[in-house]
Design a protein around this ligand. Structure first.
Ligand code: SAM
Length: 265
């Protein structure tokens, strides 16, 4: 870590310093020249420099203006670094992809305090994203990859799996970062589907229904979803209204949301 920069907690700054972990992330990404690579939260440049060496051209989105001089010094003479000094939650990935004329490859050792909102933000732009390689808290990675009927399965699993194929690549211990976080981390690869795995007629309604189902996960579907569907309407799509939300597959959530869309017409 650069000795002149003090890591800021409020920006979730835990800087990677383990060369083996950095090399492993790069091997997973396999960045190539000419690709539209975007790093979220480059910090002091642990991943930025090797990414730039491989790609020669890199866009980075970093909120903390104080790290930018360190970052630029770290990458000096390597390639073209384009710095966007903004909050990534407000960053328009679609506009960047259109400007670059290619689907984006997002990379980031994410600040843990914003990883879930950032995932939802990136999913909104999923049709302009080729893939994402993200370091997140281990539990968040497990939630993204979880199958029905497990404790980790919930809103994040359904919403991410609707948009992307999820691969949990490897775990990373706290010692790989400075300062060391209190939690374990994991690197995941999300690859947006080119063909949707399920037909969803109204994306907003689907998102709201999934959210409501899991905000009341101890309730049965009959009770949790009663603002959308009666027990009879739930049965009519072949689902037992006495079930709990955590046992439903993505396809079953889609069927319920499509029935709710028809019921509301
Ligand atoms: N990539 C670096 C590394 O691996 O060492 C830094 C990772 S650190 C966990 C997260 C980085 O995201 C920090 O540089 C932090 O300033 C930046 N960051 C935090 N919140 C952000 C936001 N809302 N928008 C953009 N960058 C943010």
């Amino acid at each position: 870590m650069n000795s002149t920069h003090r890591a800021r907690k409020r920006f979730g700054q835990n800087f990677l310093h383990d060369p083996n972990v950095i090399a492993r992330i790069l091997r997973a990404i396999k960045p190539l020249a000419g690709e539209a690579l975007v790093e979220i939260g480059p910090g002091l440049g642990a991943l930025t420099r090797p990414l730039l060496e491989a790609s020669a051209n890199l866009e980075v989105v970093e909120i903390d203006r104080d790290v930018i001089p360190h970052l630029q010094a770290q990458c000096a003479g390597v390639g073209e670094l384009h710095v966007h000094n903004v909050d990534v939650l407000k960053f328009d990935f679609t506009a960047l992809s259109q400007r670059l004329g290619a689907p984006l490859r997002l990379v980031g050792n994410l600040p843990y305090n914003i990883s879930t909102p950032l995932l939802f933000h990136a999913l909104d732009h999923a049709s302009y994203v080729r893939d994402m390689h993200l370091m997140v808290q281990k539990e968040v990675a497990e939630r993204m990859a979880a199958a029905p009927n497990s404790d980790a399965y919930g809103r994040l699993s359904v919403m991410v799996q609707w948009r992307c194929q999820v691969e949990l690549l490897f775990l990373v211990g706290p010692g790989a970062f400075k300062p060391a976080p209190k939690v374990d981390s994991a690197v995941v690869r999300l690859t947006p589907h080119t063909t949707a795995p399920v037909q969803v007629d109204d994306g907003k309604l689907f998102a709201d229904l999934v959210n409501r189902a899991f905000s009341q996960r101890r309730k049965t579907l009959r009770n949790a979803l009663k603002i959308y569907l009666t027990a009879e309407q739930i049965s009519a799509v072949g689902i037992d209204p006495g079930l709990r939300p955590e046992v439903l597959s993505l396809a079953q959530f889609a069927a319920l949301a499509n029935a709710a869309a028809r019921a509301g017409e």
